[in-house]
Structure formats: C-alpha cells, structure tokens
Design a protein. Structure first.
Length: 553
C-alpha cells in the first residue's frame, strides 16, 4: 500500500499475451509503497518490443527513485531518459532498429497524482460520479474520439486504430520538447480509483463495461485487474493486454452505492484543462504534424480487403465479442479467475501455500501476504504466485528438508512476482526457482544465499526474468539448459567472495537475450561452445562492474 495523505491506495496489476500473439511485449509497474504505477506497451518486430518495454521500465524506476525536482519534472525526465536509452540501443543493435514503446505513468505523492503519457495506452479516473479518461490518445483515431467526432464503438472498430503519432524511442528527445510528454496533474480523493491500461483492453472492452467490472470487484484490486484482462481475452484477445488498478479506501463502498444504475461515462478531460495539457497540445499543433506510425496489426485487422468483407467481419466479431464479454461479466462465476490469499495469520483463507496450490486452477492467482514461509511450492501451468507487497514474503528451506530442495518449481505459463527467497549455510538450496515449460515470467524477485543455481531454467521456452536481484554465493545466478526465447532484462546479479561463481551458466546451444542487466563481482569463465566473442556479444548493452565479463559456457 502507499500512503496518500490520510488515505491509502490498494493496488494490483496483471498482464497477459492475449489469445493471438505468442509473446507479450507489455510490462507494468505497480509499486504501491512508492506510489509508482505504469503500463508500457512495446512496439517492434521479433523481441524488440519487449526490449524497449524493459528499458523503459528500468529507466523510469531508476529516475523516480531519486526525489529531485517537482513531481512533473521527475515524470517528464523519466520518460525522456527512457526514450533516449531506447533510441540509443536501437541505433547500436541492428536487430532492435526501430523499436519503440508507448506508456502511461502515474506518480502518486500524498493525494496528488502526476500523469506522464505518450501514445495510446490510457489512464482512467473512477469515482462515484462515473468513469473519465484522463489521458488523450496520441493517434489519429484517438484524437477524433476525444473530439467527439467518433463514438467509442466506432473508434474501437476503426481499421486505423493501431496508428500512433507519439512514441517513446523513435528519435532523441529533450524532456521539455513540445508535443512529446503529456503531463496531467490531479488529486486522488478518498472515494476515487485510477486504472491504467494498454490498448489491448480498450480496443475490445468499452469503458462502460470496464466501469461495471470495477464496481463489481471493487475492494479486491487483484480481482479487478484479473477480470479485466480475462474480459479482453474473452472478447478476442487480439493483442497483449495489461492493467494496473489502484483504489482509495472509501472507493468500494461509495461506488457501489452511487452506481446502482449503470455507471456514467463522463466526457474525456478537455484539452484546455489542466494548463499543462493545453500547453502540450498547443505546441504540438503549431509544429510540423508528426507522421502516424502504424503499430503491428493483429487478428482480423491484418486481413486484406474492404467493403463487404470488413462489414461482415465487423458484424460477426462484434456479436462474438459481445457474447463473450457478457459471459465474462454476467455468466457462471466458476469461470472467473480467483485470488487465493495465503497468510500466516488465522484470518486468511489459506495458511499454507500448498493448500492454495491444491485448490488453484488455471488463471488463478495465489497471493502471499507478508510473512515467512518454510514451504516448497510446485506451481502448475497457468497459476500465478505473487507477493502482495514485494520483498515482504520470504521463502526459506526448513532445517529438516532434504538437501535436494527448491523453493519454487514452476511448470508452464504464469507469473512469479515480488518473492524473497533466502538460503543460508545451515539450509542451502539446489535452486530458488526451477522453471520448465513455456511462458513463465519472474519479476521483482529477490534471491540470496548459497544455492547450486539461483534460477534454474531447463526444457523451457519464452521465459523472462525482469527487475530481480539475484545474489548467490555457491552457484551461478542463472543456469539455462535446453531452452529458447529466454530474456533477462533489468536485473541485478551480484557475486561475492574471493572466488565467486559465474553469473550465468549456459548449457548447450543457449543464447538468452540480455538487456540492461547489472553484473557485479563475477569472474570470467567461457568454456567450450562458440568462440569467446559470443559471450561479449551477449553482454552488449549490459553493465559489468567486475574485472572480467560474467558468462560461463
């Protein structure tokens, strides 16, 4: 939670690749303790969009960690720094040429929120008065929708809805450059909430349906995020979809009382208010209009042809999406993803993680309350394991456990976020996390102590480790074998002692994507495999604080 004046914000986030795309180029930030919330939508071929999003996420967090300047200056500078790091990386690496992202960032200090926005992701304010879009889509279709020239339904169905004319990373930018970062400043009342989301949600789920989900699940932030993502997938899931939701303490009670009838969709925030927005728009209008950039199309939007084909496709898709969304919102509760809460006190639904795992089904989230857990967790495919407060849920090996012990074994897709896994000399581990299968993400996780490997990835694909700290004293930070599509971005790997282990142990023909990681205190050991220059190539674009590079092969 983050303290907001006399109020507290309860927040949660969720992201999913959707039903059409194989990879997820979205990332989010949901740091309620520091009041930092963001959704980032990467754009680019191959894995470039993921790289752009990872760079933006790390740079934004790094800049906002320094409380220098006003809130608006911090937000504007964070986005500009991210832009320039992305542009620099795209210029240095041909495979990343042209990568960009769009993002919406909110910084909450006391009861004041500062929004920084570039592109077509969105931030909504929800209150007893209704739902209002606080940002403006930087796209041809979005401009017409904001100007009330297109209805929301027309904009959602428009064939040019994927085009944007502002992005983060396509050119070098100054933080004060006109027409780049849109800044909006407002307050969060005790009866309000904010919702940040990528276009994977708003292209498929209308704002009135978004508001209805929020009303129905208000008071459970994770459920709001999970159900909105599921609603987008049920409506077609044609793009990656990401949601970050934060509510004030009185919001749930007030909104259920006020929204006994369908919630009001309020007009978008006018361009003339606040002044910071008006200045951006006026400056942009006086300069040379930017050329819209078409983001990669997905689903039916990539089918050629016009006229009758588009009309029929739109009709059938509209009917299917409406039926699917209605099922999600009003259908059988058993299909709704659940949040299974585990805590060490008697007031929680589960007191053991193993019991929650036994009750979980694909799509569910196991949420750990702060506390110490001496358990071995076996996560099935499609189940997430998330600490409600990052770094406050600690997994350790019991003294009586066998030597071959792993804290978390994850098979298949899902998220592992915010955990702290600690080993010591009396209770070392084989590894903190072992990952097999496809599409598992590890985020904001801290691993420390003597282990044969911090994270062990084997017989896997599409695995990503982002924003984590791995500090091992016995084996490598990450061991990868028989795996493809592994991405390590924005992590800190720290080795200590007179003879620290290698940071990465790569077995077989494994070439992970390494982006903006920090390697400190590790030794060089490249054994066999391709020539040594392969190791240097893999480490390009990372930070090394050591006498020698940090890959063992």
């Amino acid at each position: 939670m983050t303290r907001a004046g006399t109020a507290q914000l309860t927040a949660a986030g969720q992201t999913d690749p959707g039903r059409v795309r194989a990879n997820n180029e979205d990332l989010f930030v949901c740091d309620a303790e520091r009041g930092i919330f963001a959704v980032i939508d990467g754009v680019g071929g191959q894995s470039a969009g993921e790289v752009a999003a990872a760079i933006a996420q790390q740079v934004v967090l790094d800049r906002l960690a320094r409380p220098l300047g006003s809130d608006a200056e911090r937000v504007r500078e964070a986005i500009a720094l991210a832009n320039n790091e992305i542009f620099k990386a795209s210029e240095e690496c041909p495979e990343y040429r042209g990568m960009t992202c769009v993002l919406t960032l909110a910084l909450v200090v006391d009861q004041h929120v500062t929004i920084g926005h570039v592109g077509d992701s969105r931030l909504y304010e929800l209150s007893p008065r209704g739902i209002r879009k606080m940002t403006h889509d930087h796209s041809p279709v979005g401009e017409r929708e904001d100007a009330r020239e297109l209805t929301e339904a027309d904009a959602m169905a428009h064939p040019r809805r994927n085009e944007v004319f502002r992005d983060v990373g396509s050119a070098h930018r100054d933080k004060d450059e006109a027409g780049f970062v849109e800044i909006v400043e407002d307050t969060i009342a005790d009866d309000s909430a904010i919702l940040l989301c990528t276009d994977g949600l708003t292209d498929l789920v209308p704002s009135s349906a978004i508001a209805r989900v929020v009303r129905d699940y208000a008071g459970d932030a994770q459920a709001v995020a999970d159900v909105l993502v599921a609603a987008a997938n049920d409506a077609g899931g044609t793009d990656n979809v990401t949601v970050v939701y934060a509510e004030s303490p009185e919001f749930a009670q007030e909104v259920r009382t006020a929204w006994s009838v369908p919630p009001t969709v309020l007009p978008p925030l006018p361009l003339s208010a606040p002044a910071t927005v008006a200045a951006d728009v006026e400056s942009a209008a006086s300069s040379t209009p930017p050329v819209p950039v078409e983001r990669p199309a997905s689903g039916w939007s990539s089918i050629p042809g016009r006229g009758v084909l588009w009309l029929l496709a739109g009709v059938f898709l509209g009917i299917a999406a409406a039926l699917a969304l209605a099922w999600r919102l009003y259908g059988t509760p058993s299909v709704t993803p659940r949040t299974l809460v585990v805590g060490t006190g008697g007031e929680y639904e589960f007191t053991r993680i193993a019991d929650a795992v036994a009750a979980a089904r694909p799509g569910d989230v196991i949420q750990l309350e702060p506390g110490d857990y001496q358990e071995q967790v076996a996560l099935p495919d499609g189940v997430d394991l998330i600490a409600r407060v990052s770094g406050k849920s600690t997994l350790t090996r019991p003294p009586w456990a066998p030597a071959d012990w792993r804290a978390v074994t994850a098979a298949g897709s899902g998220h592992i976020r915010g955990l702290r896994i600690v080993a010591d000399a009396n209770a070392p581990m084989t590894s903190a996390i072992r990952i097999t299968g496809a599409d598992r993400r590890v985020e904001l996780t801290e691993i420390e102590g003597p282990m044969a490997a911090g994270i062990d990835i084997a017989d896997a694909s599409g695995v990503s480790v982002n924003g984590s700290l791995v500090h091992t004293t016995l084996g490598p930070a990450v061991a990868i074998e028989s795996a493809s599509g592994v991405s390590l971005a924005g992590n800190t790997f720290v080795g200590t002692g007179s003879s620290p282990p290698p940071a990465l142990l790569l077995k077989g023909d494994v070439r992970p994507t390494l982006t903006r990681n920090l390697f400190a205190g590790y030794r060089l050991q490249i054994i066999g495999g391709p020539p040594p220059d392969v190791g240097v190539q893999l480490l390009s674009g990372n930070f090394i604080v050591a006498a020698e590079p940090a890959i063992a092969r």
